[in-house]
Ligand binder design. Sequence first.
Ligand SMILES: [Cu+2]
Length: 157
Amino acid sequence: MKLDLAKLPLGEALIAFVLAAVAGTFVLAFTLSSDAGIEDVEPEDGEAVAEETPSDGETAGEGATVDVAMIPAIQFDTVDITVPAGGQVTLTADNVDPGIPHNWAVYTDDSASELIAGTPICTDCTETITFEPPEPGVYFFRCDVHPTQMVGTFVVQ
Ligand SMILES: [Cu+2]
């Protein structure tokens, strides 16, 4: 019984201490969390701003790039041009035939009655145009200044 009497007050004191400690922890935790809560909001807002623009660049990159040159003796450096269907064609016509005006123009056929796309006629110059290719098929291109000497085939596949 002596041991029980000595133990009991100690146990009560221990329980009272623990309860006080728990209550104190709650009060402290509540005070800290209300302060810390405000600070937490800012980093979360920063993360919400994400960059998603690079996907646009990939779509714009589709299409063909064609380089054609007008070279001395009144001729194209190539008479066969093939591009994929869909997307855009970016064509650069480089006139390196000194002092002679040329251009590059593609038509539905060799009657040259229906123009699809063409560069302006110019001398000692480089012109770049961008256009949508027609439906898959075989088309006709020429220089409008030299329509019989400078001709070629434009294929969309
Ligand atoms: Cu020409």
